[in-house]
Write a protein that binds this ligand. Structure first.
Ligand SMILES: Nc1ncnc2c1ncn2[C@@H]1O[C@H](COP(=O)(O)OP(=O)(O)OP(=O)(O)O)[C@@H](O)[C@H]1O
Ligand SMILES: [Mg+2]
Length: 721
């Protein structure tokens, strides 16, 4: 019974109860860090080793590909062998697999490609142009949001009730046109993956029966963030007598803005009257102080299912609160503190810097780069979403499926080859007239001789290029194929012509794409797909998650949303200012504030040993400067959990200093908080300024040598801000 010991020993009583439960619908409802994900993994091992379920009969759904990878790894460790044919993945990943396996029944062509958010946006813009709708009046983003939200609710254009609202009517009209365009191009957006997989199961009795019989065990992590279509999907696969094993935490529901329905937790209980609930109350992740701070914060929300979370771990140190002068000072403080942690022997991968919105990462990145501390931006700098990568992928996609209109549009004139806007417009018109793809329309136009000779030959060159590349690379290995396309398409040369660091980075990225292709191992369950098609799907599905190699040795930067489910010994939760966090959009709306508070709770509970909170009195973001008020959430954390660190030098806000030295300051660009360079001392931040004219003195905190007073006239400071 060794196996059983290995599975049950590392669990507490409540966890054991859940892991060994008989086959009834199960809900594990518990707070952060209480071992929900651990229970799910051990439950799978239990099913296999004790109940004799084969991996073939198990489906586990998690929130990110990274989490899915980790889960598979942990299961294999526990059972001491490969998890083989088990389906472990994200909703999107699993839906995609279903559609690949049954593309005919799903009404898709074999080589269908995935449309990411940016492609989708471009496509909607093009449709608006074709429909002669002004995109100032009909913002494409809003329409995109409308379409995705309907799909998340399970509604196609024809299902959306026509109503009297003229705006809605137009949106619905675009939705119709968009569906047709996707159909024609053989592309599927993210929301469509789920919707179509749901329809596939719903409308194909035999397929549904097959999967219901196969997956007697469906397990879902982070259930509080499922949306309507995901819920329906689970319900279908689990069937009437299935016993889904669901884990979640209502306090961590943070995707309401994307259609997630925390009510699904309640609904699950109502729809499975015979269900059992297990609550886990012991937190194993965080110190007593961190937990107390997070618990206090979340009690400010209403309508909670209610949980009591405790730890018998140590109290730990207080949560540090740093009031930064501005965003640079904040970043500097964070980097200094993490350097101290590293000097004390900590590992880089222990550290996470969390923020509310992606744009905040830049300042941290700059400082980390300057200090040569390796870091990774998770979910922000999406590798597969970068311009040059998407260009290369568009060539590859077009080679795999000539009807892929978004890819055609993207690269028909990149690099420039004399296919002007007018020509593209003619191709579009032809495609509209024939109801065909752009590729076919281009061929048609060239043959018909209805375009100018110059445009005709430019188009012909493009068509020949794609055909030739497809032919020449047909027998190459995947990475050689990718390399071939990057070179022959002219992309490499094209980006090489750009100047400076950016160009270098783009070329590096293109090289990296070749490496990614070389390292790519197709999912063993999808090996019937040609390697290129499989790689392209992988690229589209992974895009949201950034690069994962060399992950281990890096400081990790990510938004609060992507930190869900993860844990780190040292966490910096930054940018705690009203308007930034809670986000401006939510401030007027009580539900919005509650969701932001849950997000803050998620952030705080990522920390195992050390938690730093920070805000900046002034912040330059998106190109404008704002003066922030400390986030209201800070006041909700008991003072005795906090250790407040004031800025190193007390400074008043520049707004109050007009008339003093600062009024003239912009002349030399040296203002409080700005970043400067000194020939001998290196870079630093201006903390103070006295006087004006030749006598003006400034106090600068240099990264290397600390704080110094300098006479401006002699110091020859160079402003870097
Ligand atoms: N019984 C236990 N004994 C020791 N450590 C445990 C136990 N249960 C869980 N842990 C550890 O506690 C930490 C949190 O566990 P886990 O990530 O499974 O929690 P969770 O409830 O899924 O958290 P979240 O809500 O953030 O997703 C992990 O490091 C895990 O290994
Ligand atoms: Mg978890």
């Amino acid at each position: 019974m060794d196996d059983v010991t290995a599975i049950l020993d590392p669990l507490n009583d409540a966890q054991r109860e859940a892991v060994t439960a008989p086959a009834v619908p199960m809900l594990v409802l518990a707070g952060a860090g209480s071992g929900k994900t651990r229970v799910l993994v051990h439950r799978i091992a239990w099913l296999m080793q004790v109940e004799g379920v084969t991996p073939f009969g198990i489906m586990a759904v998690t929130f990110t590909n990274k989490a899915a990878g980790e889960m598979r790894g942990r299961i294999e460790q526990l059972i001491g062998g490969p998890a083989g044919s088990m389906w472990v993945g994200t909703f999107h990943g699993l839906a995609h697999r279903l559609l690949r396996l049954h593309c005919r029944e799903a009404g898709l062509r074999e080589g269908f490609q995935i449309l990411d958010a940016e492609d989708q946006h471009r496509m909607i813009k093009r449709l608006l142009r074709a429909m002669e709708m002004d995109d100032g009046r009909w913002p494409p983003r809003q329409i995109q949001w409308f379409i995705n939200a309907r799909k998340d609710e399970g509604l196609r254009a024809r299902h959306v009730a026509d109503n009297d609202d003229p705006v809605q009517r137009q949106f619905i009209r675009v939705y119709h046109a968009y569906e047709e365009a996707c159909e024609r191009a053989g592309v599927v957006d993210f929301a469509e993956l789920l919707l179509r997989a749901h329809e596939l199961l719903r409308d194909n009795e035999s397929i549904l029966r097959h999967y219901q019989q196969r997956f007697r065990h469906v397990l879902v992590d982070e259930f509080q963030d499922t949306n309507a279509i995901q819920y329906a999907w689970i319900r279908l696969i689990a069937g009437k007598d299935g016993c889904p094993f669901i884990v979640g935490d209502d306090d961590q529901s943070i995707y309401g803005w994307r259609g997630a329905k925390v009510e699904n937790l309640q609904r699950f209980q109502n729809e499975h009257p015979e269900h059992r609930v297990v609550r886990l109350e012991q937190n194993y992740r965080s110190t007593g102080t961190i937990l107390r701070a997070a618990n206090a914060l979340i009690t400010h929300n209403n309508d909670r299912l209610g949980k009591n979370l405790w730890t018998d771990g140590e109290e730990g140190e207080p949560v540090t609160l740093y009031a930064a002068y501005n965003e640079r000072d904040e970043a500097q403080y964070v980097v200094e503190s993490l350097r101290q942690y590293l000097r004390d022997g900590g590992a880089r991968s222990d550290i996470a810097i969390l923020y509310r919105s992606n744009a905040q990462s830049r300042v941290f990145e700059e400082l980390l780069m300057a200090e040569a501390i390796p870091y990774r931006v998770y979910g922000g700098l999406r590798f597969f979403e970068r311009q040059e990568i998407k260009d290369a992928l568009a060539y590859l996609r077009l080679m795999a499926n000539r009807d892929d209109d978004p890819s055609f549009e993207r690269v028909v004139n990149v690099p420039t080859r004399g296919v002007g806007q007018r020509t593209v417009e003619q191709v579009r018109a032809q495609a509209r007239a024939d109801g065909s793809s752009l590729w076919k329309a281009a061929g048609e136009l060239v043959n018909s001789g209805r375009i100018s000779a110059r445009a005709g030959s430019a188009l012909t060159r493009f068509i020949d290029l794609i055909n030739r590349m497809a032919e020449d690379s047909a027998d190459l290995d995947l990475h050689e194929q990718v390399d071939h396309v990057i070179q022959v398409s002219g992309l490499y040369e094209h980006y090489g012509k750009e100047k400076g660091e950016k160009a270098d980075a783009r070329l590096e990225n293109l090289d990296e794409l070749v490496s990614a292709a070389q390292a790519y191992e197709p999912d063993p369950l999808e090996d019937e797909l040609p390697p290129l098609a499989s790689f392209l799907s992988h690229a589209a599905l992974e895009a949201g998650e950034g690069q994962s190699d060399a992950w281990e040795e890096c400081v990790q930067l990510m938004t609060l949303h992507s930190a869900k489910g993860l844990e780190f010994p040292l966490v910096f939760l930054t940018g705690l200012e009203d308007g930034l966090f809670p986000h401006q959009r939510s401030i007027q709306d009580p539900d919005g504030i509650q969701e932001e508070r849950r997000l803050c709770y998620v952030g705080m509970t990522r920390a195992m040993r050390h938690l730093y909170l920070s805000y900046a009195e002034s912040r330059r973001l998106h190109g404008s400067e704002t003066y922030g008020v400390p986030s209201r959430f800070l006041a909700e954390i008991p003072a005795d959990c906090l250790h407040e660190v004031r800025p190193r030098v007390q400074v008043s806000r520049p707004a109050t200093l007009t008339g003093g030295g600062l009024a003239q300051a912009p002349v030399d660009g040296i203002t409080l908080g700005s970043r400067v360079h000194h020939a001998a001392f290196g870079e630093g931040i201006v903390l103070n300024r006295e006087g004006d004219g030749p006598q003006a003195r400034v106090q600068v905190n240099f990264e290397g040598v600390g704080s110094k007073w300098l006479v401006l006239a002699y110091a020859k400071l160079e402003s870097l801000s």
